[in-house]
Design a protein around this ligand. Structure first.
Ligand code: KG4
Ligand code: ZN
Length: 339
């Protein structure tokens, strides 16, 4: 089954062709960073206009790279939500039009489920169910109990900032250019993670909640202090990163202590982080459990993960090309779409 995936939930105009939820024939992402950089963050109105300008070319590009034609495609998959409404509607409208004109099935995908199925792309072995997914992106940070492709439950979430948001805000405090996460990652490699003891959030008893806003504030006050003004930025970056990753890994350990999982999946933009990847690999060896992290290009937003999710969730994800609507607040729990 060859699926054309379309993802426009935020600021990446992404398309992909994926066979059987696994083999990526083409994955195209037109990054809009250049248009948003001068504002220091994503401007929704600009993102949505750029999607309009770029999406048709991105579909053609994916088809060209895979040496396919639209008629070779068996189904269209699109991100329905959550995300920026102005961005989502562009992808959803395009996907509806394509499905209707080609008379092919249309599948509506939750962006966050997409991040989980990124771990199924381009590899022979699939994560065995049940597994724990740590989803760390710019908009979300959560722990998900994944029983099957359609049976998932959020068992821990951030009370304030998402991990990626904490990276981006801290990067700005360090005067790093936008987008801050990858820049901070690179700077931290030159620093000492033990140079400064930033706080690690502890969850309320019985919860697996996360929190990063206290950490970000603590870095801010430190940088304004006398000691902070003379600190090496690389040491601050490495120490901040160590605190984020300690919190994430502590929550993973706590989840594994209570749930019987056969594997760990880590995905979302922050899963591209080099230190988090190293820590997860070490965790896998120490715990003798498989860990799945997509390659960086599938950690950040992409359309291959949306095509993969549609394939694995095809039993409940089919949508009507005449009536499907984008939903910026789409709930996480999978549910069959109304006809
Ligand atoms: O999943 P994603 O592409 O978009 C959302 O759905 O949010 O995640 C983007 C987030 C941004 O906050 C970005 O700074 C962060 O992922 N990110 C990173 C790295 N690469 C991307 N954070 C830390 N280290 C990285 N290497
Ligand atoms: Zn995302």
């Amino acid at each position: 089954m060859l699926v054309l995936g379309i993802e426009t939930s935020c600021d990446d105009t992404a398309t992909a062709l994926v066979r059987d939820g696994r083999d990526v024939l083409a994955s195209v992402s037109t990054n809009q960073d250049a248009f948003h950089a001068k504002y220091g963050g994503i401007v929704p109105e600009i993102a949505s206009r750029q999607h309009v300008a770029l999406l048709s070319a991105a579909v053609d590009d994916a088809l060209g790279r895979a040496q396919m034609r639209l008629h070779d495609v068996d189904a269209i998959a699109v991100t329905r939500g959550p995300g920026l409404i102005g961005s989502l509607v562009v992808g959803v409208a395009a996907a509806k039009a394509l499905a209707f004109a080609l008379r092919k099935p249309l599948y509506a995908v939750n962006h966050l489920h997409g991040h989980i199925f990124a771990a199924f792309l381009d590899r022979n072995e699939e994560p065995p169910y049940p597994f724990l997914a740590l989803l760390v992106s710019g908009g979300h940070s959560q722990l998900v109990d994944v029983r099957s492709a359609v049976g998932m439950r959020v068992i821990g979430r951030t009370r304030d900032d998402a991990a990626g948001e904490a990276y981006d805000k801290t990067a700005r405090l360090l005067d790093l250019p936008y987008p801050g996460g990858p820049q901070l990652d690179a700077l931290a490699r030159e620093g000492n993670p033990k140079a400064h003891a930033f706080p690690r959030h502890r969850p309320d008893p019985g919860t697996l909640d996360l929190s990063f806003s206290g950490l970000k504030t603590s870095v801010k006050y430190f940088l304004e202090s006398n000691e902070g003004r003379h600190a090496r930025p690389a040491d601050v970056a490495a120490s901040f990163q160590a605190a984020v990753i300690d919190v994430l890994m502590a929550r993973v350990d706590a989840a594994f202590a209570t749930g019987e999982y056969r594997a760990l999946v880590v995905s979302g933009g922050v899963a591209a982080n080099s230190e988090l990847q190293a820590r997860v690999k070490a965790w896998s060896v120490a715990n003798r459990l498989p860990a799945f992290i997509p390659p960086p290009k599938y950690c950040t937003d992409n359309a291959a993960m949306i095509a993969a999710a549609a394939y694995h969730q095809r039993a409940i994800a089919q949508a009507d090309p005449l009536t499907l609507s984008a939903d910026p607040n789409l709930p996480f729990v999978p549910s069959p779409l109304s006809p």
